[in-house]
Design a protein around this ligand. Structure first.
Ligand code: ZN
Ligand code: ZN
Length: 190
């Protein structure tokens, strides 16, 4: 895979890059406290109102992200790169800055912060792409805190097939809570 170093230092990149990504969502029982989590890697929650700073998961002795490594905050150029996202809960744009490595599908960056966010039903995401399906009216909170947003038709379908729904939260209220928590705007529906 061809990789290019877009910006070797923070000074070299005055405007952040805006790219796309998905997250997993976790939250408190009542849905009042929510956090974005990466789909892969260390699963540490994204900090609130301060940038996430990448560190080398392989403990490499190099500036992060390393050219020959896999470390960094990941984001894709567009939707195509998101198709491989497995069971995402949140879709959005993210600003990247600092040291940024570009590769075929997107970027790995030193710093990142979400820009616009929207809850996604993972069934709609799988069947119809990132902008498919109705809004998420509900969200299932599982034991351990993982939250799975669903549109109403897919909640019914899930229940019919025996998907556990231990606790249901109001999807729209949860999305507002998420936007407030990270102080960001909603991602408009395309
Ligand atoms: Zn590394
Ligand atoms: Zn759906």
């Amino acid at each position: 895979m061809l990789e290019l170093l877009v910006a070797p230092s923070r000074e070299a990149l005055t405007e952040p890059i805006v790219a796309w990504r998905t997250w997993v969502l976790a939250g408190s029982r009542d849905g009042e406290e929510v956090r974005l989590l990466p789909l892969f890697g260390d699963r540490r929650p994204w900090p609130v109102r301060e940038p996430i700073r990448a560190w080398c998961v392989r403990r490499g002795r190099h500036p992060v992200p390393g050219l020959e490594c896999t470390c960094g905050v990941y984001a894709t150029h567009g939707f195509d790169g998101l198709r491989r996202s497995r069971d995402p809960a949140v879709l959005g744009t993210v600003a990247l800055w600092g040291r940024v490595v570009e590769h075929a599908a997107g970027y790995r960056a030193e710093y990142g912060y979400p820009q616009r966010l929207r809850l996604v039903c993972f069934v709609c995401f799988f069947l119809a792409g990132p902008h498919g399906g109705p809004p998420c009216d509900v969200a299932v909170r599982h034991r351990g805190g993982r939250i799975v947003p669903l549109c109403a038709p897919h909640l019914e379908l899930a229940r019919r097939y025996g998907y556990p729904t231990p606790r249901l939260l109001d999807g729209r209220a949860l999305e507002r809570r998420l936007l407030d928590t990270y102080a960001v705007d909603p991602l408009p529906r395309a």
